[in-house]
Each structure stands twice: as structure tokens, then as C-alpha cells.
Design a protein around this ligand. Structure first.
Ligand SMILES: C[S@@+](CC[C@H](N)C(=O)[O-])C[C@H]1O[C@@H](n2cnc3c(N)ncnc32)[C@H](O)[C@@H]1O
Length: 233
């Protein structure tokens, strides 16, 4: 299977940003856990798996086929995923065509994730499971618990008109909970509760060495300094 043929919504610009940030952490920080909430068929998980160092645990959480019946799943998402292959077997098949070993799989609602990942242990958390306000709010709180100081959290659909709850929960964390965004694409927001400057620099350097463009976010959001990563005009 070719990577580009994995179904999913993980865009090339975010593939690049994940790669730069995970590589930057690997080059400058001790090993730590990596967590993905919402894996679908593994498009982002496979890329994350490329950046694991010896001893690092990658925890991948999803309801998989249980989404159809789980009370924790949002009804709109149960309908959305009904006609798609969200089985654990499909995820594992895709993942194993790129990597020798599976991540540690937590099959269940993301609300249980802090029972499986030690507090303060993760260097990187990707929030891409249920997109309602309450689910993203809960996942954000879990990310804060799981992340070590200065860890990275990435939010999906932080600006999509069809996902107002997801947007609201993300921005609430920025405005009220001390989260510092350092970069955005049209699809994802990249943030930390630690020092955002080195990560902003890593994105800027990655973009400079590739075909992507960065722009300073033109409108100030309190004291945040972020870069907008986009396709060159
Ligand atoms: C947008 S997809 C993930 C996409 C994936 N990260 C990628 O890049 O291809 C959302 C996933 O979250 C899962 N999901 C939705 N609500 C969930 C919940 N409450 N707990 C666990 N998983 C959930 C769905 O089963 C689906 O696989």
C-alpha cells in the first residue's frame, strides 16, 4: 500500500508539520510518550510511527467499530462513520503494512485515556476523535494531564464552519486555560502549555527548507505569536 492511498483527512501540510515537530523533539528532548486520540484508518498514526524512538510508547485510542453503539460517541459521528470501515482490523492492517509493531491500542472512548497513559509522560498528543464541544473539551483536559512540561498538543478542525463545538473547545483552551498556539494550518492548530518559541522556530525552519510558506499570523490574539503554514502562492 502506498502512504497516499490510506483513506483519511490528514493533509500534506500537516504531514510536514508533524514530521518537523516530532523530529525537532527527537533531536532536542529526551524520549517520551506519543498519544493519538482518533486514528480512523491510520493515516496520521502511520506518520507518527515513523518518528518513534527506542523505548517510546505510542498509544492510539479509538472506538473503532464500537462507535456505532457506544453511548460516548456523538450521534452525528455515529451516522458519519456508519458507511466507513472504522474496524480495528482495518487500522491494524494499514499500520502493519508500514511498521513492524502496532502501537498500544486503547479500544474505547477517549474519556478513558488517562487510565492508560501516565500523567506528565507524553511529548506529543494529537486530538482528532469526537468533534463535539464536550468531547474536545474533555480530550483537551486529558491532553493537559498526559503531556509533560513543554509537550505539544495538536487540534483538528479548530476553524471549520461545520464543527463549531470543536472550534469553541479549542479556542476556549487558548483564551481561558493558558494554552499557547504557535502555528496553524487550514486544518489544524499546534499548541503547547510550555514555551512555544522553539516549536515556532522548528516549523519556520522546516518550511524554509521545503515547498511550504509561513506567514506571521497577521491579527494579534492577545500575546500569542504564531505562524500560519500554507501552500506557496
Ligand atoms: C477524524 S477520524 C480520525 C482521523 C485520523 N486521525 C486520520 O488522520 O486519518 C475520527 C476518529 O475518532 C473516532 N472517535 C470518534 N469519537 C470517539 C470517542 N468518543 N472516543 C474514541 N474514538 C472516537 C472515530 O471512530 C474515528 O476513527
Amino acid at each position: 500500500m502506498d502512504y497516499k492511498d490510506i483513506p483519511g483527512w490528514f493533509m500534506p501540510i500537516d504531514q510536514a508539520a508533524f514530521a518537523w515537530l516530532l523530529a525537532h523533539q527527537s533531536a532536542t528532548q529526551p524520549p517520551g510518550g506519543v498519544v493519538e486520540l482518533g486514528v480512523f484508518m491510520g493515516k496520521s498514526a502511520v506518520l507518527i510511527g515513523n518518528h518513534l524512538r527506542p523505548g517510546e510508547v505510542f498509544t492510539a485510542c479509538d472506538l473503532f467499530e464500537d462507535i456505532a453503539t457506544a453511548p460516548e460517541a456523538a450521534p452525528g459521528e455515529q451516522r458519519f462513520f456508519r458507511d466507513k470501515d472504522v474496524s480495528q482490523a482495518a487500522f491494524e492492517r494499514v499500520y502493519l503494512s508500514f511498521h513492524k509493531e502496532l502501537p498500544r491500542i486503547v479500544r474505547g472512548p477517549t474519556s478513558t485515556i488517562t487510565r492508560h497513559v501516565a500523567p506528565g509522560s507524553a511529548r506529543f498528543v494529537h486530538i482528532d476523535a469526537g468533534h463535539t464541544y464536550d468531547l474536545v473539551r474533555g480530550d483537551t483536559a486529558s491532553a493537559r494531564v498526559m503531556l509533560r512540561e513543554g509537550g505539544i498538543v495538536v487540534f483538528d478542525d479548530y476553524r471549520k464552519a461545520g464543527n463549531p463545538g470543536c472550534m469553541a473547545a479549542t479556542w476556549e483552551a487558548v483564551l481561558n486555560d493558558g494554552l499557547k498556539p504557535f502555528a496553524n494550518t487550514d486544518f489544524k492548530l499546534y499548541a503547547t502549555w510550555g514555551d512555544p518559541a522553539p516549536y515556532r522556530q522548528a516549523i519556520a525552519s522546516g518550511a524554509a527548507a521545503s515547498g511550504w510558506a509561513v506567514a506571521e499570523a497577521p491579527v494579534a490574539l492577545r500575546d500569542t505569536e504564531m505562524v500560519y503554514l500554507h501552500r506557496k502562492a
